[in-house]
Design a protein. Structure first.
Length: 365
C-alpha cells in the first residue's frame, strides 16, 4: 500500500473527516500501537520471587506466612539457604517502573475484603470482572497464573483470599503447587545457563559405552574416570568443584532401595574413589550433623529413590552437599546410581545443587 496514492484525492478534508482521522490515530497509538510495541525480555535470577502486596498487608502476619513457607530452608545444605529469595514491592512501586515490571517471577497477593486497596484493584483488573465475581463467590478459586504480563519470559501468580485469614490459609495450601510451578518455570533458565557452551558429546558416548547410561553432559564437565562400573565427571571453577558419579551394580534385594541401601552404595564409592590430598582420607555420608532425606519417586519411568544430604571427608576438614538417585533397572536386574556433589567453601550452594539436580534428571537408562 502506497500512502502517496491517497494524497492524490482532491476531496477536501471536512471537519468531520479530520475528527474521524484524529480518533483513529489516537485509538491506534493508545491501544493497537501499544500492543505492537516490542516487549522487553524479563530478567533476574532463578529461585527468586517478587511479592506484590499492599504495605499494610505486607506488614502483618501475611509476611510471616510467606517467609515461613517460601523462605524455608532448602533441603539440604551445610549452611541454611532459603528455598526462594523473596523481595517485596507495593503496587505503587510497580507502577510505570520498567525495571521493576521486567522481573521473571511475581506473586501478587490481595485481601479482597479491602476493596479500596491497590492490590485488590490490581487483581480485579487483571482477572477481569467475570473471574473476580467468581473469586468472591467460590473459595476454591483462589489462584491464577499469567505469562508475559509486562515482559517476555515472565510468570505472574495471582493469589487472593476473601479476607486476610482466608488469604493466609490459601498461601499455606498453595505453597507446594506454586513452588513446583516456579521450579518448572526456572528450568528454562537452568537449561540456558548449564548448556550455554553445548554438550560434551565425547563424555556422553564414553558413559553410554561403559555403563549403558545416557546423560546430557555440559561442555565444561570433563570425564576424569570411566570404567565398567563407575564414571566420574568434574567441573572446576574459582567458586566450586562440581562432580557427578554414575555407577551400575547388581540388584539383589529390595533392601538396596532404602535409605540404608543408598547410603551404603554412596559410602562404598566414596571410600574407593574419593579422597583429599591428606593420607588415609575418604568421602562418606554425614548423617550425624544433618539427616539423610529419602524420597521415593519415578525417574526415566523407573522406580527411583532420591537422597539428599551432606558429605564430609574422614580425617580432613572438607564437606558439602549432595543429591543422589538410585534407579531400579528391572529389565537388566541392576541398579543405576547417579550422584551430584559440590565442594564450594564460603559460597552459597543452592544454585550449584539446583544445576546438578537438573543435569542428573536428564538420565536415561
Amino acid at each position: 500500500m502506497k500512502l502517496t496514492s491517497y494524497m492524490n484525492f482532491k476531496t477536501p478534508f471536512t471537519p468531520l473527516v479530520i475528527l474521524c482521522i484524529c480518533v483513529i490515530v489516537n485509538g491506534c497509538s493508545s491501544e493497537a500501537l501499544q500492543k505492537l510495541k516490542a516487549r522487553p525480555n524479563a530478567f533476574g535470577p532463578s529461585d527468586k520471587i517478587t511479592v506484590i502486596a499492599d504495605e499494610q498487608l505486607w506488614d502483618s502476619d501475611v509476611q510471616d506466612t510467606i517467609s515461613y513457607y517460601y523462605g524455608s530452608a532448602y533441603i539440604i545444605l551445610p549452611q541454611p539457604e532459603p528455598v526462594f529469595d523473596i523481595q517485596h514491592f507495593t503496587p505503587e512501586q510497580l507502577r510505570n517502573k520498567d525495571p521493576r515490571r521486567q522481573l521473571r517471577v511475581y506473586l501478587v497477593i490481595a485481601d479482597l475484603e479491602d476493596e479500596g486497596s491497590l492490590g485488590t484493584k490490581m487483581v480485579r483488573n487483571d482477572l477481569g470482572e467475570e473471574n473476580y465475581s467468581k473469586a468472591l463467590a467460590d473459595p476454591t478459586f483462589n489462584t491464577q497464573v499469567a505469562r508475559d504480563r509486562w515482559a517476555l519470559g515472565q510468570m505472574v501468580v495471582y493469589l487472593w483470599g476473601r479476607n486476610k485469614a482466608e488469604l493466609i490459609e490459601n498461601l499455606k495450601y498453595n505453597f507446594q503447587g506454586i513452588a513446583k510451578r516456579v521450579n518448572k518455570f526456572d528450568e528454562r533458565q537452568y537449561e540456558a545457563t548449564i548448556y550455554f557452551g553445548g554438550q560434551n558429546i565425547t563424555a556422553e558416548n564414553a558413559i553410554q559405552g561403559a555403563l549403558g547410561v545416557s546423560l546430557r553432559v555440559p561442555e565444561d564437565y570433563k570425564l576424569v574416570l570411566n570404567d565398567s562400573t563407575v564414571s566420574w565427571l568434574r567441573r572446576e571453577s574459582n567458586e566450586a568443584s562440581m562432580n557427578i558419579l554414575v555407577h551400575r551394580t547388581k540388584y539383589t534385594s529390595q533392601e538396596q532401595l532404602t535409605k540404608e541401601g543408598l547410603k551404603k552404595i554412596r559410602d562404598d564409592l566414596g571410600r574407593q574413589y574419593i579422597s583429599s590430598t591428606t593420607p588415609n582420607t575418604y568421602m562418606r555420608v554425614n548423617d550425624v550433623d544433618l539427616p539423610l532425606f529419602i524420597d521415593p519417586m519415578t525417574l526415566d519411568n523407573k522406580y527411583t529413590i532420591q537422597g539428599r544430604g551432606i558429605w564430609d571427608i574422614v580425617n580432613d576438614y572438607m564437606g558439602g552437599a549432595f543429591v543422589s538417585y538410585l534407579i531400579h533397572d528391572s529389565e537388566a536386574g541392576e541398579l543405576v546410581f547417579i550422584d551430584g556433589f559440590v565442594h564450594a567453601p564460603g559460597e552459597n550452594k543452592r544454585l550449584f545443587m539446583q544445576q546438578l539436580n537438573y543435569i542428573l534428571c536428564t538420565v536415561k537408562v
